[in-house]
Design a protein around this ligand. Structure first.
Ligand SMILES: C[S@@+](CC[C@H](N)C(=O)[O-])C[C@H]1O[C@@H](n2cnc3c(N)ncnc32)[C@H](O)[C@@H]1O
Length: 212
């Protein structure tokens, strides 16, 4: 099995991605980003965007939302800060370097938590999801978009073979849906509201959980 992701490795990987991230991942991931934002805007209020990266999504939220963005990578976040200044995004309350698993926010202080292409890039996905729920208000939504590994067939074989290389890029391509199912069952305070296939090729999913 491929060695797992660690925090230092992720910071290093995204430090390298930062200068070219928007060029490589701007367009290809845009539909997924937009779909999470549509849901978050419907909820409104105070929204936390975890793993906000270079801040590609920030200008797409409704200006009536109050946004906080956090990321583990300082070089990625610096780009987000430049974007906020340039576009005068006055609804962005805070951008801060923070580990998704140890959020410096009080319990129940967000109406929605959004994580776009993040949950399979963190060392402890289940512990991180627990932390997202901690900062959500009861009735609030956790809105994820992510690559989910195939359950069988050639895509599964490819993802398993690619996994050792992907770790160096900060990814877990084989991440199975079953891990989210097991996490939700174990947590007990959350219900799945939606899973919707997303491009490219439906290999990604928009996933919504409601805090009960
Ligand atoms: C694939 S990028 C997605 C960035 C952005 N959400 C987007 O849609 O373009 C993953 C982001 O998650 C961040 N990240 C990875 N592990 C993290 C952690 N433990 N805590 C906070 N951010 C993390 C990375 O630094 C990176 O910016």
């Amino acid at each position: 099995m491929a060695s797992d992701i660690d925090r230092a490795g992720v910071e290093k990987a995204y430090g390298r991605w930062a200068p070219v991230y928007d060029l490589v991942f701007g367009k290809v991931f845009d539909q997924g980003r937009q779909s999470t934002i549509e849901v978050a805007d419907r909820i409104g209020g105070r929204i936390l965007d975890v793993g906000v990266g270079t801040g590609l999504s920030l200008s797409d939220y409704s200006r009536s939302t109050r946004l906080c963005g956090v990321d583990i990578s300082e070089p990625m976040l610096r780009k987000a800060q430049q974007r906020v200044r340039l576009l005068k995004l006055t609804n962005v309350e805070l951008l801060a370097v923070m580990d998704a698993k140890n959020l410096a926010f009080a319990d129940g202080c967000f109406d929605a938590v959004v994580a776009q292409y993040v949950i399979t890039a963190v060392p402890d996905p289940e512990g991180t999801l627990d932390e997202f729920l901690r900062v959500l208000k009861p009735g609030g939504e956790l809105i994820l978009v992510n690559h989910i590994g195939a359950e069988s067939g050639p895509r599964r074989l490819f993802e398993l073979a690619f996994a050792p290389f992907a770790r160096r890029l900060g990814w877990r391509p084989e991440f199975p849906w079953a891990r989210l199912v097991n996490w939700a069952a174990k947590h007990g305070g959350v219900s799945l509201a939606e899973r919707r296939p997303m491009p490219p090729m439906g290999h990604f999913s928009l996933i919504r959980y409601r805090k009960t």
